[in-house]
Design a protein around this ligand. Structure first.
Ligand SMILES: O=C(O)CCC(=O)C(=O)O
Length: 385
């Protein structure tokens, strides 16, 4: 299939790269919205309580959902269930929310090695996009090494880095060690409740520059011509804070009645084989309630002229650490936040590197999307059956 209908660049996205303006970006740096203002008059106990509350799953951030500003809550953390291999709990959460966040699922050092490999290769091919070592050191306080998660500061104006179309980079052993790790096979088999899964040889390895993002979509429009039992794992290569362009998931959108008409209309459309249609529902997450209202409730509500309340979209995101993974269902509405990083106010963005890997069960009962040619099993074996 054409690689990038879900991406942000011209040749990779079937549409112009979407960038947010500097003004939008400066207003939107993911700012935690605290539930209560801090005062010094509170007791130690109260402060402790508040800190717990701030760290709770209900913490809210302002974030650029593409070109629109939205608020998002923190993703629910399923790491304990993963560590206990509690498949009932993991599947129950996945079925309810349409996603799973698992922290520290992959070895941190492997993920950082993959990041270093991706950035080194990209810097060789697009040297003009990256700040020089000196500039980087200045910005990153000396932490300029690719290896330890540093590096990746872009020159002002750098855009359309084109990593997605460089599949030889995605195929590097250090990168495959992460994107096709046994832990991901285990997760996909457990969530999909099957004996064996396979993963697409093609990998959606992205280097996202300042102002860029992926618009609101479901994977079904890109990968839905085969089995519906297909999942995506979103793997941040390094720390990806919300402001760097983290994943944003509309929790429950795969089952919610608010999204039903969108699932039936947009969700059953497919991106043209020539990749000329972006496949995005919108590039503005703040528009989604209006789109749901328009498509779901054209009659205007209760028949007595009272417009129905706008549906609430439960956007979820988080600051990702190296090793964290988010799994998504094929009908879960999601996008990535705009990369509004501005390293030390320099006007330079930090590149966001991440990779989406797709998974489905092996076997005749699970048809493949004809747009995807090559599939791989554990150990990198080609899956021909
Ligand atoms: O990483 C991104 O920008 C978005 C990834 C994504 O949504 C996808 O590939 O389905």
């Amino acid at each position: 299939m054409r690689e990038g209908a879900t991406t942000t660049t011209d040749d990779e996205g079937g549409g112009r790269a979407r960038r947010v303006s500097d003004d939008e970006a400066s207003r939107s740096i993911a700012t935690p919205r605290r539930k209560r203002a801090k005062t010094d008059a509170r007791s130690e106990d109260d402060r402790g309580e508040e800190e717990d509350e701030e760290d709770s799953d209900d913490a809210v951030v302002h974030v650029m959902g593409g070109v629109g500003r939205i608020t998002a809550k923190t993703m629910l953390d399923s790491s304990d269930a993963w560590r206990a291999r509690d498949w009932n709990a993991l599947r129950a959460t996945f079925d309810r929310d349409g996603y799973l966040l698992i922290r520290g699922m992959l070895p941190r050092e492997d993920v950082l090695a993959a990041r270093a490999a991706a950035l080194r290769a990209l810097a060789e091919e697009r040297p003009e996009c990256f700040a020089t070592d000196d500039e980087e050191e200045e910005e990153e306080e000396g932490d300029a090494s690719w290896r330890d998660g540093g590096g990746g500061v872009l020159r002002e104006g750098a855009a359309d880095l084109g990593l997605l179309s460089r599949q030889h980079v995605a195929a590097l052993p250090a990168i495959r060690a992460v994107t096709e790790s046994d832990a991901l096979f285990d997760l996909a088999e457990g969530v999909l409740q099957c004996e064996r899964v396979m993963t697409t040889a093609y990998k959606w390895l992205r280097a996202v520059a300042g102002g860029e993002f992926t618009g609101v979509h479901t994977d079904k429009v890109f990968l839905g011509r085969g089995t519906s039992r297909l999942i995506t794992t979103w793997i941040p290569f390094g720390a990806v804070k919300t402001e760097d362009g983290a994943l944003l998931v509309a929790a429950g959108s795969h089952v919610s009645s608010d999204f039903e008409r969108v699932r039936e209309t947009y969700g059953t459309s497919t991106v043209g084989g020539d990749g000329t249609v972006s496949g995005w529902l919108t590039n503005d997450a703040s528009e989604v309630p209006r789109i749901l209202t328009r498509r779901d409730r054209g009659d205007g509500g209760d028949g007595e002229g009272t417009p129905p309340p706008p549906p609430v979209v439960d956007w979820r995101t988080t600051d990702f650490e190296p090793g964290d993974v988010c799994a998504l269902g094929i009908e879960t509405t999601h996008m990535s936040a705009a990369n509004v990083s501005n390293v030390r106010g320099s006007g330079r963005a930090r590149v966001r590197v991440s990779c989406d890997a797709r998974w489905q069960p092996i076997g005749e009962a699970f048809p493949r999307d004809p747009r995807v040619r090559d599939w791989r099993g554990r150990g990198g074996v080609a899956v021909d059956e």
